[in-house]
Design a protein around this ligand. Structure first.
Ligand code: ABT
Ligand code: MG
Length: 139
């Protein structure tokens, strides 16, 4: 299996509740190497662009509102099979359906406020990483 990269955000709910350290600890313990990382806040325009695929969905307004309400931790992670393994580590979108021990099971409160993002394909990992980071910020 080739080493590749995925993109993650610790969302405003996780940051507000003080879970940055615990989540990064679990990410590191699961074998991911941090290649880029920063605390940042998305503007309304950023969130509308980042989540453009969900534009027609009924929850789009709330999603943009939520993702812009406070700072997030954006990061790029490297590991063998990074995209799939990170989705496994975070668990299902709805924390009630997330497996025991996953990040969403432990730290998410609802489908809307689900603590963490993980890219869903290698292609999206690339697009999302370059949305948030310049080349000189990736190591
Ligand atoms: P993300 O990692 O945020 O992309 O979540 P995931 O890929 O697991 O889930 P998708 B389906 O991509 O959801 C995107 C965001 O929309 C929110 N959402 C989703 C709702 O608020 N209500 C819903 O009914 C559904 C299906 C969850 C995701 N979160 N954010 N932020
Ligand atoms: Mg998604």
């Amino acid at each position: 299996m080739a080493t590749n990269r995925t993109f993650t955000m610790l969302k405003p709910d996780a940051v507000e509740k003080g879970h940055i350290g615990a989540i990064l600890e679990q990410i590191n313990a699961s074998g991911f190497r941090i290649v880029a990382m920063k605390l940042t806040q998305m503007t309304k325009n950023d969130a509308e662009t980042f989540y453009a695929v969900h534009k027609e969905r009924p929850f789009f307004g709330e999603l943009v509102e939520f993702m812009t309400r406070g700072p997030i931790v954006a990061a790029i992670l490297e590991k063998e099979n990074a995209v799939e393994d990170f989705r496994t580590l975070i668990g299902a979108t709805n924390p009630e359906e997330a497996a025991e021990g996953t990040i969403r099971k432990k730290y998410a409160s609802s489908v809307g406020e689900n603590a963490v993002h993980g890219s869903d394909s290698d292609e999206n990992a690339e697009i999302e990483s370059s949305f948030h980071f310049a080349g000189r910020e990736m190591f």
